[in-house]
Design a protein around this ligand. Structure first.
Ligand code: FAD
Length: 411
């Protein structure tokens, strides 16, 4: 493991820092980026995020890992990590573009037509068009290939009917990537087709899902006879699983180390000091335990960075980071609420400690253990692909989707 930047990495870091210094304000010593709870109440959050992305794009700092031909700068994964580390030190808006830039962009580069790349990538890079991912359905989450939203060909277009759920950001997105069932008689992975869909098309209804943190970041999306031109198909008919896998691999890489930014061990230590409880032995023991676990996460992260720095691709063991990191965040948030005593019940960011960041983290933590692969699915990956244990039984393999005995048949 190597903790220091190489000469080239240091040079890149200095270049990034110089641009950020000239274009953004540094966060103060104890200041964090505004929590989602604070940001949610700002009606201009999307506009500010778009303005910042446009500014970065003008200077060549948007989507830096994209190839130069698509407006990126061919940056290596380690340069991307360095850029993210540097940008995190400044007072910049929330990033609401990961689904498009981090997941669909690479999918279009791999499987899209030249026209699709020309039409979609430039506006995606500048953040002018926001994207969402319409994969999950009420009966298809971990088992995504069990999806039932149907697409039927009609001349030069396709007609979509069905329902998606948990669609983050659909309410402010212009476009969605949608996987559909086009051949119910093929085995489940073989009858799927991938489309990009204009979410303002007639027949699409987007309904927010109110969450326990009072936000409504998710939606249910209903499709009723929605017409999608064939030119918006990504990849071949019935070969959409290939594109879906590209998107999901990029999703895992984007979510990586266990979820969204939020309060960390340093914030927990400060909270304990502020509540004047550092003398209590049980508090000290808990803090020591969290410190050790946080350091374990940090050093495991350095291993990934070292392999990226050497040009290697981190393998399925990166599932460990998401599994352990998401659980650690949940336990720390739980303890931070406990440390606050009755004040821990305050969720309003205007009166709660640390702008309600811990309350937000506490309420978001269960979602962090589901999104981008649930704990159990990550354990299956670790068991099968890292520990090489026998694979799970797959009774639906090579069976026509319509013959799998679950739920009502697809019409
Ligand atoms: C914060 C957040 C954001 C999200 N954003 C999006 C989005 O933008 N777009 C989108 O399409 N989806 C999104 N999702 C949905 C997410 O992809 C699914 O929640 C996830 O894939 C799990 O699917 P499910 O909820 O249907 O649970 P299920 O798959 O039904 O799982 C239910 C339970 O069974 C367990 N289980 C399932 N299969 C197995 C197995 N083989 N072995 C052992 N245990 C198993 C699971 O671990 C879980 O505990 C989001 C979810 C969250 C929490």
């Amino acid at each position: 493991m190597d903790f220091n930047d190489t000469a080239e990495e240091a040079e890149f870091r200095a270049e990034a820092r110089a641009w950020l210094d000239a274009n953004a304000e540094l966060l103060g010593p104890d200041e964090r980026k505004p929590s989602l709870a604070v940001e949610r109440d700002r009606t201009d959050a999307v506009a500010r995020a778009q303005a910042w992305m446009g500014k970065k794009a003008d200077a060549g700092w948007a989507c830096i890992t994209w190839p130069k031909q698509y407006g990126g700068r061919d940056a290596s994964p380690i340069q991307n990590v360095i850029w993210n580390q540097e940008e995190a030190r400044y007072r910049t808006p929330l990033n609401i573009f990961t689904i498009g830039q981090g997941m669909l962009g690479p999918t279009l580069m791999a499987h899209g037509t030249p026209e699709q790349k020309k039409r979609f990538l430039p506006k995606m890079l500048r953040g002018e068009e926001i994207w969402s991912q319409l994969f999950s359905e009420p009966g298809a989450g971990s088992d995504l290939a069990g999806l039932r939203t149907a697409a039927v060909r009609d001349g030069d277009s396709w007609v979509l009917n069905g329902q998606k759920i948990w669609t983050s950001g659909a309410h402010y997105s212009k476009w969605g990537m949608v996987v559909t069932r086009t051949d119910p008689n093929a085995p489940k992975h073989g009858g799927i087709t991938y489309f990009v869909v204009d979410l303002t098309s007639p027949g699409i209804q987007i309904r927010p899902i109110r969450q326990m943190n009072e936000g409504a970041g998710f939606n249910e999306v209903f499709f009723e006879n929605v017409r999608v031109p064939d030119e918006n198909r990504v990849g071949e008919v019935n070969d959409g699983w290939r594109g879906a896998i590209t998107t999901l691999m990029n999703e895992r890489a984007a979510i990586g180390g266990g979820g969204a930014a939020g309060p960390d061990f340093a914030d927990l230590l400060r909270l304990a000091a502020d509540s004047a409880r550092l003398d209590e032995s049980s508090v000290r023991q808990n803090l020591a335990d969290f410190y050790v676990r946080s350091k374990g996460m940090q050093y495991t992260g350095y291993r990934t960075l070292t392999s990226l720095s050497r040009g290697q691709t981190p393998g399925p063991q990166s599932s460990l980071g998401k599994l352990v990191g998401a659980r650690l965040r949940q336990r720390m948030a739980d303890y931070a609420i406990e440390l606050q005593g009755v004040s821990g019940l305050l969720v309003d960011p205007r009166i709660a400690a640390e702008d309600g960041a811990w309350q937000e983290a506490y309420l978001a933590a269960p979602g962090g253990r589901l999104a981008g692969g649930t704990d159990e699915i990550l354990r299956n990956i670790i068991a099968e692909r890292v520990l090489r244990l026998p694979a799970e039984m797959r009774a639906d393999k090579d069976v026509a989707f319509s013959d799998i005995p679950t739920g009502p048949p697809v019409k």
